[in-house]
Design a binder for this molecule. Sequence first.
Ligand SMILES: *Cc1c(COP(=O)(O)O)cnc(C)c1O
Length: 360
Amino acid sequence: MSRVYNFSAGPAVLPEEVLREAAAEMLDYNGTGMSVMEMSHRSSAFAEIIENAEYDIRDLLSIPDNYRVLFLQGGASQQFAMIPMNLMKNRVADFIITGQWAKKAYSEAKLYGTANAVASSADKTFSYIPDCSDLPISENADYVYICENNTIYGTKFHTLPNTKGKDLVADVSSCFLSEPMDISKYALVYGGVQKNVGPAGTVIVIIRDDLITEDVLPGTPTMLRYKTHADAKSLYNTPPAYGIYICGKVFKWLKSRGGLEAMKEYNEKKAAILYDFLDNNNMFRGTVVPADRSIMNVPFVTGSEELDAKFVKEASAAGFVNLKGHRTVGGMRASIYNAMPIEGVQKLVEFMAKFEAENR
Ligand SMILES: *Cc1c(COP(=O)(O)O)cnc(C)c1O
């Protein structure tokens, strides 16, 4: 068996310890004689799995008591519709457009009401976060929406926007559990887990409980109402059981590593190794305004498409895989999520230096 350094943006690298544990429990989970994939979601064994998962994520993020944690399906993209269906009481929402994922959420919200783009960084290929200290927030906006970490472009909101008292909704898919966050500053936070937390198929929604009401847009399907899932404790129908089980293991792994403060420190250290190299060599450069850099997704280019392609190919052959950038940015992107060990980043940088020397 040989594991590669997987820099994929998602689905992405998971902690090896978690994968080994899951493998060991594959045929017989905790004396049940069956896999978690095979057990009833109403069984006591599964009840313990989902209850522990909720306990641990609450603990990790210090989630206040007036917020509910929901384990849902449909990926992050289903939230693009579910959020307006449930929260757009006045049928108005404001969006800050910092990339493809924010744009998709914005377009979807237009199906349900008036979606206003109150700021955008499209003018410079989303390479920065706009100044959000004094935006023209709509008087009757139900919420202000951001994509907090832009997976494709490698930017992150290091300061939350001034929403002028309006509820803030954030897609945190690609920075979820990479550092502590103050949940009380948000009305709703959600993340597709396949970026930094678990296997595709599960999305975690953290929502303030006053927003969980019967007052949703007409025609909202039962399955797309937050209240349905909150009332049933995420067991209205068969939940993404195996995904929740793996997420639970990742939560335990994060706690064993010292929690989110420690993860933040580790992630910053990893990102600094890569950014320092990008800032100090003569072949590669980052594509993002330094102040807005993400510590999870790091896009970079050589300036030559030919050289980019050569680098991606040779890196892959050397065991550094999935470094090709998104087609709208070109070049390369290294996603260095929680489970990417620091050695992976160090060795990548050594490889880049070697490539530079050989291709000068
Ligand atoms: C990947 C991603 C999505 C889409 O996730 P799906 O689960 O495939 O729908 C949405 N937002 C962000 C920030 C992402 O990185």
